[in-house]
Design a binder for this molecule. Structure first.
Ligand code: WT7
Length: 643
């Protein structure tokens, strides 16, 4: 089933890619002359201090020797692209439109006000001793000050690392230590869905044993009583009050790191994915303007959290670089009821709305009555991101929310890609429910066999990208070897995404999900290894193995197989507590089973393929298990399977 682009999405397009012929033209240009294509894009979009003459230097074949670069001889400060020029041309335009936890609690920053606030914050950071290249952790909820903090870091050339406010003290401490942050920016208490999140108290706990931290800057959100460490802690409002609202942006090289964002892989600890300045901002700006067909009067709303890459690229950097009005939302889709998103669309006349499949499924399950009766006529483009969207949810989004008048852009990308890589372009691309459709200009995807051979035409395989693009991650913080081995060792000369993908006869892409041991639960990316490491801290647990299984709302559920210590019994509360404490509130086990042993090869490797099949309820399709050290454990596990 193919959906043509509705007339009101096609008409009046701002992007030059307003139909499929134009798309093919731009795509071919980017393949034939990547340097020319991207140099021209960056020059027209970005305020450089020294305009670059170089395009790509290095490549996937040479990534072992060191990070590749884009626009390497250019210099800039990305905040001048996001703030100063818009403060000149459209000072009164709303840059950040914030809606707090309570419906209708609204604050706005115009471009003029945002530049002043970021300048004050940048001066305050300098006053606190933050210098170019130093790391700053931002551990906040969804308040405008989180975006201001990010931009202030960029303004002084410091490298920010935003840690999602749901992460535990342990997880926060690991990240502080890994990047050696000297400053943490946090807030007293977070508000979300009517609940309090004790961000400052968690920060204090994380600081125990994190000796790099010299200062903690605290934004006052609720005014609640909080613990205070004299000499270390500083109030945000006091520091800003004392600072000038004029700040000269620090000039940095194109490849100066802009931020580190920790993300989960199939093994070990989360890795600090590094994004740099010139290439990242170019790609965030290009994809944001193109995919959503951003128009001057749009009210653009992305429901992600700034703790994830979507919040970086498509709440803060892409929209602000493009001079857009971007909405920041502090609450959840279900607070106070399942009509919250649609109330906001009506209230703010949102034209572009971007959310995750898990939210769409949860809302569809609550019934159409929360949507119908609201005035959603302002909507033009509906986006989805984070996991595969099932066709039923897609059609509900298209019909019930979009009234058939909007195009849906199912955007596939990753923390590592920096921006959208596969997606419809709103006015140009006919859509198919469940397909991320076609690659963005500049993205050259390939499907591969497990041996790395290229699959041509329709087929299914491992999704790789064969040529560099400006927005891609450059390295893993402090561990370039890990960057190389994670992404460039599977298929020599290509970037391996970790996803499986099918391509149909129209060249449309259908993501089939992760092919590694990474879980995607409600759009949250978590490693099975992280869960397992948390679970074995429980005294009664001898061994643990985690797999994902299909879950109607969350996309994937977390299934735990637990082997207990001899004579010990397992209680669920202790398992959940360990995951909450070691990872965070978003890390919950959906189902668990105590087993006598795990299926292992003779060399001791756990056979997850088998555990996954059993958890999916397909225990009768296991095939040959004779290579296991002890095949009898499989029958015992199958016998004990519930859900
Ligand atoms: C993984 C990346 C990209 C921002 C949010 C997640 C999955 C993402 C889609 C989509 C199918 C998707 C992939 C990918 N994913 N978007 N439209 N269709 N799957 O970023 O935490 O880095 O996770 O999310 O499996 O590898 P992330």
């Amino acid at each position: 089933m193919k959906y043509e682009v509705p007339a009101r999405v096609r008409e009046g397009a701002a992007t030059p890619i307003h139909d499929l012929d134009r798309y093919r033209e731009h795509y071919a240009n980017a393949v034939n002359d990547p340097d020319g294509f991207w140099l021209s894009e960056t020059k027209s979009r970005i305020a450089w201090k020294t305009s670059p003459t170089q395009g790509l230097v290095g490549g996937f074949d040479e990534v072992k020797e060191g990070p590749l670069s884009w626009f390497g001889d250019g210099t800039l400060n990305i905040t001048e692209s996001c703030l100063d020029r818009h403060a000149k041309s459209t000072p009164e335009k709303i840059a950040i439109l914030w809606e707090g936890d309570e419906p209708g609690d609204v604050r706005t920053y115009t471009y003029d006000e945002l530049l002043a606030a970021v300048s004050r914050a940048a001066n305050a950071l300098s006053e606190l001793g933050v210098k170019k290249g130093e790391r700053v952790i931002i551990y906040m909820g969804m308040v405008p000050e989180a975006a201001i903090a990010m931009l202030a870091c960029a303004r002084v050339g410091a490298i920010h690392s935003v840690v999602f406010g749901g992460f535990s003290a342990e997880a926060l401490r690991d990240r502080v230590r890994d990047c050696g942050a000297e400053l943490i920016i946090t807030q007293d208490v977070g508000r979300r869905g009517g609940r309090d999140i004790p961000l400052k108290a968690v920060t204090d706990e994380a600081c125990v044993g994190a000796s790099s931290v010299k200062k903690v800057l605290v934004y006052r959100r609720t005014g609640d009583e909080i613990p205070w460490v004299d000499g270390r802690d500083v109030w945000w409002h006091e520091a800003l009050e004392q600072s000038s609202d004029i700040h000269e942006a620090v000039e940095v090289d194109a490849e100066h790191p802009l931020f580190i964002l920790y993300t989960s892989g199939s093994t070990g600890r989360p890795k600090g994915v590094v994004h740099t300045s010139g290439g990242y901002i170019t790609y965030a700006s290009y994809t944001h303007a193109t995919v959503f067909d951003l128009r001057p009067d749009d009210v653009y709303a992305c429901m992600a959290d700034v703790g994830w890459i979507t919040g970086h690229s498509y709440i803060v950097y892409g929209p602000l670089a493009n001079g857009a009005t971007t909405l920041m939302f502090e609450s959840t889709p279900l607070y106070p009821d399942a009509g919250r998103y649609w109330d906001m669309v009506e209230r703010h006349k949102i034209t572009i709305f971007y959310t995750a499949p898990t939210a769409i499924r949860a809302l569809a399950a609550k019934g159409d009555e929360h949507v119908t009766g609201k005035d959603l006529s302002s909507l033009r483009v509906l986006g989805t991101v984070g996991e595969p969207i099932n066709p039923e949810a897609w059609v509900w989004y298209h019909e019930v929310v979009g009234g058939g008048r909007c195009n849906i852009v199912d955007t596939w990308w990753q923390t590592e890609t920096g921006g959208i890589a596969l997606s419809p372009i709103a006015p140009a691309t006919p859509t198919k429910p469940g397909s991320a459709t076609l690659p963005m200009p500049g993205i050259q995807p390939s499907l591969r066999t497990p041996e790395g051979a290229i699959i041509r035409g329709p087929g299914q395989g491992l999704l790789c990208i064969d040529h560099p693009w400006p927005g891609q991650a450059r390295t893993v913080w402090g561990d370039h070897d890990r960057f190389v081995s994670t992404y460039f060792s599977h298929v020599p000369g290509a970037y391996f995404t970790g996803d499986g993908c099918r391509r149909d006869a129209d060249g449309y892409h259908w993501i089939t999900g992760r092919v590694d041991d990474v879980l995607n639960v409600s759009g949250h990316r978590m490693g099975t290894a992280e869960f397992e490491a948390a679970l074995i801290t429980v005294e009664a647990v001898a061994e643990a193995a985690i797999v994902g299984y299909p879950h109607p709302i969350k996309g994937q559920g977390v299934y735990a197989y637990i082997v207990s210590q001899p004579g010990e019994s397992i209680n669920e509360a202790s398992l959940q507590a360990a995951c909450r404490e070691q990872i965070g509130a978003h890390a919950r086990i959906d189902s668990f089973q105590v087993v006598t042993g795990l299926p292992k090869t003779r060399s001791g490797k756990v056979m997850r393929r088998i555990l996954r099949k059993i958890a999916e309820g397909r225990g009768d399709e296991l095939g040959d298990v004779s290579t296991l050290a002890d095949p009898s454990v499989v029958d015992a596990i199958k016998d004990g399977f519930k859900v």
